[in-house]
Design a protein around this ligand. Structure first.
Ligand SMILES: Cc1cc2nc3c(=O)[nH]c(=O)nc-3n(C[C@H](O)[C@H](O)[C@H](O)COP(=O)(O)OP(=O)(O)OC[C@H]3O[C@@H](n4cnc5c(N)ncnc54)[C@H](O)[C@@H]3O)c2cc1C
Length: 466
């Protein structure tokens, strides 16, 4: 019997990992909750849609085609399970569910490649219909070929802010403004690090130039004040202050909001991963070795689910995690390959650090967030209620606040409010955010139907010829 390797995520990291394992003679199981492969950036459009690669993926069309071709070559040599949610990791088994059928996949090695999620700071009124995360706005365009509104403001910071706005403009949607909380000075100071990838730097400059050519206002150093509107019509406009503190209002019927991305780490935590505070990005990141191993034997992280380094890096560390798993299983690995991949990853990390400096997480907005701002949308809790709990009970540890008032306990399990809640608590208690801790992951990582049946057990993997 050959080793049982299970991969979660059929994005760039998961597909390249599967490719390396198949080349070594294994038949890995590849689980993805999506219907089609490709992950976030190279997600294949639904069956029956006929947009070209250029329309869908723009300058990345060639890379998307290469990943899709790799997947198609693998298709019959892996146990591919689309539409399958991995919802728990326990005792060398991955718990999955597909269309109401639940089951467990035993593994000798588990490679987690679940990608990233939007990083959000609440703005008063962000619960109004018409407010989407940046990623959500992009998924609507990529997946369904529709815009989130007739006239959209893009607000937040990070490369995705400009990219998504530019994709909307190119698709013919009206972009009312791009409003960035980071300053031009911060980008300028990060330039030496950004030069680690001159091609991407030039691409970013091209996107900005394109937005300006179309006459779309782009403002830096802004402070969002409120997403205005009413219950009947949803979003009506965004009020904001410019760098000089002068108030403005931009009419719109949709807002795409987001500050970069963060790794999706819940399965990793359930598998026993430890975390370390990263002062640069102000978040807890999984503790991994240079090849993606976590403290638990046989578990590996790759792609944006380990560090948000982008799609090229995800392909590299998907392969690297596969080589680590093969080596740990006692299978041969060509010795020259891991060092080359590690070297490339060091460059990806230099660039990602520079991006974090150029477009920082706006922790300062948590300090001044009005009390009435809805913070935890699932549980309907405001920033003021969280501050009050901290004051009345002294609960300045995030999981204690969760137990007392349910912040982060709803459908999203703190995915959207967790980082902001930590900042609000830290500011309320006058303590550093790392002291506040992080919301602990709980299974199921995403909501499940209560009524389920048993999935048929997985077939034993057979060794394959090369
Ligand atoms: C919303 C969003 C939009 C982005 N847009 C761009 C862009 O336009 N340009 C760009 O350069 N980069 C973009 N990025 C970043 C880019 O997608 C990543 O750098 C790259 O896709 C990382 O590859 P990956 O394989 O690590 O993860 P992904 O490509 O994100 O793939 C992860 C896969 O894991 C699956 N998955 C996650 N959790 C589970 C689970 N519990 N059970 C089963 N399956 C699961 C997901 O369905 C997904 O298919 C975006 C990221 C996000 C989150």
């Amino acid at each position: 019997m050959s080793a049982r390797v299970v991969i979660v995520g059929a994005g760039p990291a998961g597909v390249r990992c599967a490719e390396a394992l198949v080349a070594a003679g294994l038949r890995p199981v590849l689980v993805d909750e999506s219907t089609r492969d490709g992950g976030q950036i190279y997600r294949r459009q639904p069956e029956g849609f006929r947009r070209s690669g250029e329309t869908l993926y723009g300058s990345e069309a060639r890379k998307a085609a290469s990943l899709h071709a790799a997947f198609d070559r693998l298709r019959d040599r892996i146990d591919y399970r689309p539409d399958t949610l991995a919802w728990n990791v326990a005792a060398a088994e991955l718990h999955v569910i597909r269309e109401g059928l639940a089951g467990a996949l035993p593994w000798d090695a588990l490679v987690l490649c679940p990608g990233a999620v939007d990083r959000l700071m609440p703005v008063p009124g962000w619960h109004r219909a018409g407010t989407f995360s940046l990623g959500g706005a992009q998924v609507a365009l990529k997946g369904q070929a529709c815009a989130i509104g007739r006239r959209t403001v893009f607000a937040g910071s990070g490369p995705l802010l400009y990219l998504a706005a530019s994709q909307y403009a190119q698709a013919g949607a009206e972009v009312a403004a791009v409003l960035d909380t980071s300053t031009f000075g911060q980008s300028l100071r990060a330039l030496p690090g950004l030069a680690a990838k001159p091609g991407l730097l030039a691409k970013g400059a091209g996107i900005l130039a394109g937005l300006r050519r179309r006459g779309i206002p782009v403002r830096r150093g802004i402070r969002p004040v409120a997403i205005e509107g009413d219950d009947d019509h949803g979003v009506r406009g965004l009020s904001w202050k410019d760098a000089a503190g002068i108030p403005h209002r931009t009419d719109c019927d949709a807002v795409a909001l987001g500050w970069h991305l963060r790794p999706e780490t819940q399965l990793a935590e359930l598998a026993g991963c430890e975390f370390a505070w990263d002062a640069l990005t102000r978040q807890w990141l999984p503790r991994i070795d240079e090849d993606g191993r976590i403290a638990t034997r046989g578990v590996y992280l790759a792609g944006d689910g380990a560090r948000v380094l982008g799609a090229d890096a995800a392909e590299d560390n998907g392969r690297l995690a596969a080589f680590a798993a093969l080596a740990d299983l006692g299978l041969p690995v060509e010795p020259s390959r891991p060092p080359r991949l590690r070297e490339r990853l060091a460059n990806h990390r230099r660039f990602a650090d520079a991006l974090a400096r150029a477009y920082p997480w706006p922790a300062h907005l948590a300090t001044t967030m009005p009390d009435e701002t809805l913070l935890c949308r699932c549980e309907g809790l405001t920033a003021g209620q969280l501050r009050e709990t901290a004051k009345d009970t002294g609960a300045c540890e995030l999981n204690r606040a969760k137990a007392l008032m349910r912040v982060g306990m709803g459908r999203c399990q703190g995915r959207f409010c967790g980082h902001a809640a930590a900042e609000v608590l830290a500011a309320a208690g006058g303590i550093p955010p790392e002291t506040v801790g992080r919301l602990r992951a709980q299974a199921p990582v995403k909501p499940l139907a209560i009524a389920t049946d048993a999935l048929p057990p997985p077939s034993e993997p057979e060794a394959q010829g090369r």
